[in-house]
Design a protein around this ligand. Structure first.
Ligand code: NAG
Ligand code: NAG
Length: 582
């Protein structure tokens, strides 16, 4: 509250929990312990002679191997996915072809690998690469033509190669030179990856395969892995992603000089039924048993999660526009079920002041996770979105230089939905990535960057007041220089998300009954009755002059969910319900 500002002003560390700024990665590198990883040294190649030990020298494995341990039934985790005439398999053992030890993430460079141990009948589609500042944790699809018509194969050898780039004349810290080749695809076929060599001789034509165009989809750059002058190496992913999108990530990279538009390579496309390789109900239970995260709340947290049922049975009210004076008790059965978000209804805390304060604080004992399971990347992955409900989101805090400032009512709202998403391979059920939602945005981390406990269960942190999800315990500052919104995560009470309710898995049809509240599309909290400019003026009174513009600057960068004077929406209203995470 504004009135408290005088007190907090003395410690004006602009901190909070609102997150979702792209700057987060730049501000704070994730230095996570790799202590849980079963690692073994990579066998050194003939020429690998690095100066210092790098994270990539160890191979990441999940704390407990999971392959082949899933309940039976269906096609989940059966090792091979048939895209409708083109079989693909996830190769995850590699031979290192090249490393450069400067530039890129942390200035540690990156390394390029070729898949090894390719199953009989399968062919390489391209090479893999990753930054050197992470343990080796890669996979890449290899493919086999199984189409019925042998005169129209789904795979063909390239006609030739063109040299994209080479490092022979460069004075950089590298193993040996690298030559990066782009396969020249026959008419009606596309290259989906590069081939790399250590000599200027073109690779053999049978080294790699190009893919028939109807099994390819457009892809886009995801992140820059390494660059030198106008030459850049990017990670790529399908441009169209979501629960109904057919684009399949191959795991290859694109290397281009100049603009990466258009991209020289394509992704794959699933022409089969997208849910064909998704887990069944028993397998979903097993997935949660193996990977359910533990969420740690901050030691100073006051606004705990609860179950939706607890919120309703403890006096949550349903308001109707025009009838504000006579709200009714909200129940699962009386929430409007039409898919409109028109402001005609909203939920709120109980009206009685004592009850209101009590319900605001939530009820950790009743809290559970609400799970949505969906296909992603052409059905080659299962996304398990794990949602948590909090009756109340506390005020944002900001850090301006050395001062922490409570942002009054800014950021406060009733009805706070937060989530993390687990992304598992449908080839083997291995957890590959976790997405941490931080208000309207978030971050993806590889499994190799997570903190695990009790086997393969990721540990993560819900930030003080704002409940954004973070992979580690510390101050996460969102902003520039010493100024930003602060998060504050720490090990207080925890929630075992293995206590879950499966609320949606559209691909399973009527096997999953969606609760009534899931199809309530209006706001979970009221429009808040404060004026941001007034709140800011009040805060500014207590700030030294030179910091006033900093405050404005910070507030202008808050995610809209923090700033909007609107209550937040439920899970189904978020773009990530049907789409990919941002
Ligand atoms: C097989 O593919 C060729 C070349 O595209 C095509 O002309 C032919 O009709 C196909 N045969 C069948 C049985 O689909
Ligand atoms: C600046 C600040 O208050 N940071 C806190 C963030 O959260 C961690 C974990 O609880 C604390 O140790 C820090 O003091």
């Amino acid at each position: 509250m504004g009135v408290n500002v005088g007190i907090f002003c003395a410690l004006f560390l602009l901190a909070t929990q609102a997150t979702g700024f792209p700057e987060v990665a730049a501000l704070k590198k994730l230095h996570l312990p790799f202590k849980n990883h079963h690692s073994k040294d990579l066998s050194p190649g003939n020429f690998v002679q690095k100066r210092q030990a790098l994270a990539i020298d160890t191979i990441f494995k999940l704390p407990v191997p999971v392959t082949n341990s899933w309940p039976p039934g269906g096609n989940f985790a059966s090792g091979i996915i048939d895209l409708g005439g083109l079989q693909v398999h996830e190769a995850s053992t590699f031979m290192k072809v090249w490393g450069v030890y400067q530039g890129g993430a942390d200035g540690q460079g990156f390394s390029v690998f070729e898949p090894t141990g390719i199953p009989q009948g399968f062919s390489m589609l391209g090479s893999y690469c990753q930054p050197n500042n992470k343990p080796l944790f890669g996979w890449i699809l290899v493919a086999k033509d199984v189409s019925a018509n042998t005169s129209n194969p789904t795979l063909k050898q390239p006609l030739d190669y063109t040299l994209v780039w080479n490092s022979a004349s460069l004075k950089i810290n590298q193993d040996v030179p690298i030559y990066i080749w782009l396969p020249t695809a026959p008419d009606g076929y596309k290259a989906v990856g590069h081939v790399v060599t250590n000599t200027p001789d073109k690779p053999a034509l049978d080294k790699v395969r190009c893919v028939r165009s109807d099994f390819t989809d457009q892809c886009e750059t995801k992140e820059l892995i390494w660059g030198l002058d106008s030459f850049n190496v990017y990670d790529v992913r399908p441009s169209n992603r979501g629960i109904r999108a057919a684009g399949v990530r191959v795991g290859t990279f694109v290397a281009q000089t100049g603009s990466p538009n258009p991209l020289a390579i394509a992704c794959l496309k699933n022409n089969n039924a997208i849910p064909k390789y998704m887990p069944n109900l028993e397998q979903i239970k097993a997935i949660l048993k193996v990977y359910s995260p533990t969420m740690c709340l901050h030691p100073d947290e006051q606004f705990f999660p609860s179950s939706v049922e607890w919120f309703f049975s403890n006096g949550a009210l349903l308001y109707k526009k025009g009838e504000e004076s006579s709200p009714v008790r909200a129940t699962e059965d009386n929430l409007p079920q039409d898919p409109n978000n028109d402001g005609a209804y909203w939920l709120d805390l109980p009206a009685d002041p004592t009850e209101k304060e009590r319900v605001k604080k939530g009820d950790l004992k009743s809290a559970k996770s609400y799970v949505h399971v969906k296909p992603m990347l052409g059905g080659t992955f299962t996304d398990v979105a794990v949602w948590v409900f909090y009756p109340f989101n506390g005020p944002a805090r900001a850090k301006v230089e050395f001062i922490t400032l409570k942002l009054g009512k800014i950021g406060e709202h009733v009805g706070d939905w937060e989530h993390v998403t687990l992304r598992l391979s449908n080839f083997n059920g291995e957890l590959k990535h976790v997405y941490f939602s931080q208000h309207s945005k978030g971050i993806w981390l590889d499994s190799s960057q997570l903190e695990f406990q009790s086997g393969n269960k990721p540990l993560y942190y819900s930030s003080l007041n704002g409940h954004a999800s973070y992979p580690d315990a510390s101050l996460h500052l969102l902003g520039i220089n010493a100024i930003g919104i602060r998060n504050d995560t720490g090990k207080g009470d925890s929630l075992d998300m293995g206590t879950f309710q499966l609320v949606a898995a559209e691909y399973l049809g009527s096997a999953v009954v969606e609760p009534g509240w899931l199809n309530y599309f209006r706001k979970w909290g009221p429009k808040i009755d404060y004026n941001i400019d007034d709140e800011l003026k009040e805060l500014e009174k207590h700030l030294p002059g030179m910091l006033k513009s900093s405050l404005k600057n910070i507030v202008s960068k808050l995610p809209s969910e923090v700033l909007e004077e609107e209550g937040p929406t439920g899970p189904k209203e978020k773009d990530n319900w049907n789409g990919d995470e941002r």
